[in-house]
Ligand binder design. Structure first.
Ligand code: FES
Length: 85
């Protein structure tokens, strides 16, 4: 499922990028240009990154670890069912 139709960016690719460290909206915009053409995906991208922040905050709250240790690539990311393997 595409999150950015202008740049043909899927949620699966977005998840892979986040796990590789391209993990902010600004980074996605500057690396891929997603969200910089028509802007139609910006809200979806913002919601995606907000969900990541919420997941990290929840993990931090339950573990008591600093967020840098929580963001270890094992955090569940919100990927629509169509993009799941
Ligand atoms: S859909 Fe992402 S910039 Fe157009």
């Amino acid at each position: 499922m595409l999150v950015c139709q202008c740049k043909w960016l899927t949620y699966k690719q977005l998840g892979d990028l986040v796990e590789a460290g391209v993990d902010t909206l600004d980074a996605i915009q500057s690396h891929l240009g997603a969200g910089t053409e028509c802007g139609g995906c910006v809200v979806a991208l913002q919601q995606y990154f907000a969900a990541i922040e919420e997941a990290e905050a929840a993990a931090l709250q339950s573990s008591g670890k600093p967020s840098a240790q929580v963001n270890d690539g094992n955090t569940s990311l919100p990927v629509p069912a169509a993009d799941q393997p």
